[in-house]
Design a binder for this molecule. Structure first.
Ligand code: DNO
Length: 359
């Protein structure tokens, strides 16, 4: 297991590589080139410069989060082949800089969504929060405007301005698509890309839908145990695997997160773990919290033990943190709470490992 931290390259992060280097037990970062328009090839020279910058800081770059998928692929349009070809070329380029794991998602139109990026918790810290009714009260462009205006000037991953312009039209488009068709589009993508992932030895790790239930009638695929089983069976290559995000799946109160972790970690097809806690106020209404079990609904001991006891040997990152101690940073991605979270998770891992060593 390797503990890593998400870091935004190109001067787009308040957190420095030097700071990340000083978090005990953290070996590397997950990052991306966020200025390359979705669908285009990530240039080799840019990737080499990125790798050199990260290595110079004493950190590894083995995980990319994310190479986003062009909407035409999700829509199944004829132009998808061009974008899939570019995706495969990006995989080849990533392999040349030593990347081992590629986190991506197949969520239509928008990546993750929250109704509030700075909800005040009891202790005075702020965290991201979700209220389904609030979301439904806003139209898509209002959500986009709110997300961007609340993000303190930082870009939000998955909320790229060029994507947002098309949001309403894209939502309309999906109203006429069946779930079966959406799954077929996902399979088409996998069948085209996974052979390249195999050839270039990069594990593809899909991220769950966040939230794991539908907004505006949009299709959801990676949101519960049955659908994750279905996803893995679409293409049985070991290069077709998962980013298992405890907070995203935990947002559906019917999901038993430790059981989901156990089932899929034991298949050896979980390559990346995002671990954070959330607290439900009611169904489909939750706040993100500190990582500690006592702060939220998820029992982190059980979650980490499920990874450990099922032979998980991939990358873990502490996921979204709260804003604490006056930090000004991209919502969810400050330094302090993620550093605390990473060390809490490392502590759990060490305790579990030393008390029940793998045979
Ligand atoms: C949000 C992140 C997501 C994630 C993508 C993966 O904070 O968890 O944006 O990186 O869904 O493609």
């Amino acid at each position: 297991m390797k503990m890593i931290i998400r870091w935004f390259s190109g001067g787009d992060d308040s957190v420095t590589l030097e700071q990340i280097r000083q978090i005990p037990g953290v070996s590397g970062v997950a990052t991306m080139l966020s200025d390359i328009p979705v669908g285009e090839i990530w240039p080799q020279t840019r990737l080499e410069a990125l790798r050199d910058e990260i290595h110079a800081a004493g950190l590894e770059l083995e995980v990319i989060e994310s190479v986003n998928i062009h909407e035409d692929i999700k829509k199944g349009l004829p132009s998808r082949d061009k974008y899939i070809k570019n995706y495969c070329k990006t995989i080849e380029n990533l392999s040349k800089i030593g990347v081992k794991c590629l986190c991506y998602n197949f969520m239509p139109v928008m990546d993750w969504a929250r109704s509030n990026l700075a909800y005040t918790l009891e202790d005075g810290s702020t965290a991201m929060a979700y209220d389904h009714d609030e979301i439904l009260k806003m139209n898509p462009s209002m959500i986009a405007e709110k997300m961007l205006s609340d993000s303190k000037g930082y870009s939000l991953p998955g909320w790229e301005p060029e994507r947002l312009k098309l949001m309403s039209a894209d939502i309309d488009f999906y109203q006429n698509m069946t779930m079966e068709q959406y799954w077929e589009n996902l399979k088409y993508f996998l069948d085209a890309v996974i052979p390249y992932a195999e050839k270039y030895d990069i594990k593809m790790a899909i991220h769950p839908d966040d939230p794991p239930f539908s907004i505006y009638g949009l299709p959801k695929t990676i949101n519960n145990v049955e659908n994750i089983r279905k996803f893995l069976s679409l293409n049985s290559s070991p290069y077709n695997g998962l980013t298992l995000c405890a907070g995203s799946l935990g947002a559906d109160m019917n999901n038993d997160v430790p059981a989901i972790v156990s089932e899929f970690a034991s298949t050896g097809r979980v390559y990346f773990a995002h671990i954070r806690n959330i607290k439900h106020l009611e169904e489909k209404v939750f706040t993100e919290t500190a990582h500690l079990s006592t702060c939220g609904d998820l029992d982190m001991f059980k979650v980490v033990k499920a990874f450990h006891d099922n032979g998980f040997d991939g990358y873990i990152r502490s996921d979204h943190g709260r804003m604490i101690w006056g930090e000004q940073a991209r919502p969810g991605y400050g330094l302090y709470d993620r550093a605390i979270g990473a060390n809490y998770l490392l502590g759990l891992w060490e305790a579990i490992d030393k008390s029940s060593p793998k045979k």
